[in-house]
Design a protein around this ligand. Structure first.
Ligand SMILES: Cc1cc2nc3c(=O)[nH]c(=O)nc-3n(C[C@H](O)[C@H](O)[C@H](O)COP(=O)(O)OP(=O)(O)OC[C@H]3O[C@@H](n4cnc5c(N)ncnc54)[C@H](O)[C@@H]3O)c2cc1C
Length: 412
């Protein structure tokens, strides 16, 4: 793991990158691979930004419930997936409607399960057939003709209100961190395509292992932690600790709101997530799929029994459970437990609340019509990257970091 390192020449690194999230690390490793000198300056005491994992006794807590979609095309350029020792969610989902659980199995991944899936009462046959059609289209990188809201696009595709409400709503509101389906359909279908083409997974040592792995490929003296940047004027970068840098090129790879403040560019609006971790003497179910709240009753949109997916997330005798409430920041532990009680019964009385994360800026807003790739150039020698310049995802952050590095390489 990289720790605070003093740069060799603190006055003039060739390229200075502000922010050691996935975008900043992607830019740094791409430049380094092309023999450029880089210095990454990070405000926090560790790399990863929004993708970090805390160790809490025998439990691992990702900072917010998030998953790695293995079909993200950009991953293979930056991440050694084998070394992450991935643990996979079961494909499909467990739908909870009127407090009854039913399994929705993905027939393309489990062909032998088609028959039971067809019998499942969670979706009507017409909607299951539409889902199959959508799956086939998305496997060929299909896109909607025009970018409208995801809710409208699903209606136009022919899904019933019931299927939209009970399946797409909890699935996509959990991924896109919005309590509604008002966001871009082009993005929604892109994410669904990645979900269908690959798997949802967790690195066995937590999501934070992704940026840790990326940072370990950087040279010893190219990362400064605990060093918040206070202001930027042209190419002059002023740190809160009094240091000043004047690099030949500057990449601002912070989250959107910080980039807006440092560079005076347009405001980036946020989607938030509150998530709660619980331990239980025993897992309430054997399922390792994501559970979706198909009836919208209660604050939890989706949840998972993490210790069923990755036993390394809970190394003691207890199970680890995570419940996610996108955009719902007022919800109490009691409200979450009461919903879980309706789903799993009396065993929930023995659950113990471990930790709550309330993350105000989890993802930037992505409204219909917004382009996937946005301009990175602020001036001839100043660039901005991060998930707010691409899709609001791990994929988007990595792409934007690489694009910023490529822009510099093409210029100089
Ligand atoms: C709860 C939650 C759930 C998510 N779920 C998923 C998911 O399931 N799948 C998915 O693909 N994506 C998910 N995401 C989104 C994904 O994590 C982000 O899109 C991605 O990590 C953004 O990376 P980034 O490098 O652009 O920004 P960040 O990770 O925000 O990195 C920016 C870095 O800049 C640093 N910084 C900021 N200001 C300064 C300053 N002044 N000086 C120095 N450093 C500074 C920050 O400390 C940070 O380290 C989720 C995010 C959250 C929070």
């Amino acid at each position: 793991m990289s720790i605070h390192r003093e740069p060799k020449n603190s006055s003039s690194p060739e390229t200075l990158i502000v922010g050691a999230g996935l975008a900043g690390l992607a830019a740094a490793s791409f430049l380094k691979a092309n023999k450029r000198e880089v210095l990454v300056i990070e405000a926090a005491g560790e790399v990863g930004g929004r993708v970090r994992t805390d160790v809490h006794g025998e439990f691992l807590f990702d900072r917010g419930f998030q998953v790695l979609l293995t079909a993200y095309p950009e991953l293979e350029r930056h991440v050694d997936l084998d070394a992450l020792d991935l643990c996979y969610f079961e494909s499909g989902a467990v739908l909870v409607k009127e407090d009854k659980l039913s399994r929705l199995i993905d027939p393309a991944k489990r062909p032998l399960a088609v028959f039971p899936a067809a019998l499942s009462r969670s979706l009507k046959t017409k909607d299951k057939l539409r889902l199959l059609k959508l799956r086939i289209l998305l496997s060929k990188s299909w896109e909607p003709k025009s970018d409208i809201s995801m809710e409208l696009a699903l209606q136009e595709f022919g899904f019933s209100r019931e299927a939209i409400g009970s399946f797409f709503f909890p699935l996509l509101s959990g991924i896109q961190l919005t309590p509604r389906l008002e966001g871009s359909a082009r993005l929604g279908f892109y994410i669904l395509g990645c979900l269908f083409r690959g798997s949802a997974a967790l690195p066995s040592r937590g999501m934070g292992e992704i940026p840790k792995q990326m940072s370990q490929r950087l040279p010893e003296d190219s990362l400064m932690l605990n060093s918040p940047v206070e202001s930027i004027a042209g190419r002059d970068v002023f740190l809160k600790n009094g240091l000043k840098f004047q690099p030949a090129q500057l990449i601002v790879a912070t989250d959107g709101p910080s980039a807006s403040q440092l560079l005076g560019i347009e405001t980036v609006y946020s989607r938030s997530q509150r998530c709660m971790y619980f331990s239980a003497p025993a897992a309430p179910s054997k399922d390792s799929a994501i559970f979706l709240a198909g009836d919208g009753q209660g604050p939890v949109r989706n949840m998972a029994i993490l210790s069923n997916v990755a036993s390394s997330y809970a190394t003691g005798t207890e199970a680890l459970i995570v419940a996610a409430m996108p955009g719902n920041n007022d919800v109490t532990e009691g409200e979450v437990l009461s919903q879980m009680h309706r789903w799993f019964g009396e065993c929930v009385d023995e659950w113990r609340h471990l930790k709550t994360f309330a993350i105000a800026h989890s993802q930037p807003l992505f409204e219909p019509g917004r382009p996937f790739r946005r301009r990175l150039e602020i001036s001839d020698n100043c660039f901005v990257c991060g998930d707010h310049r691409d899709t609001p995802s791990i994929q988007g952050a990595l792409v934007s970091g690489r694009r910023a590095a490529e822009t510099i390489l093409n210029k100089v």
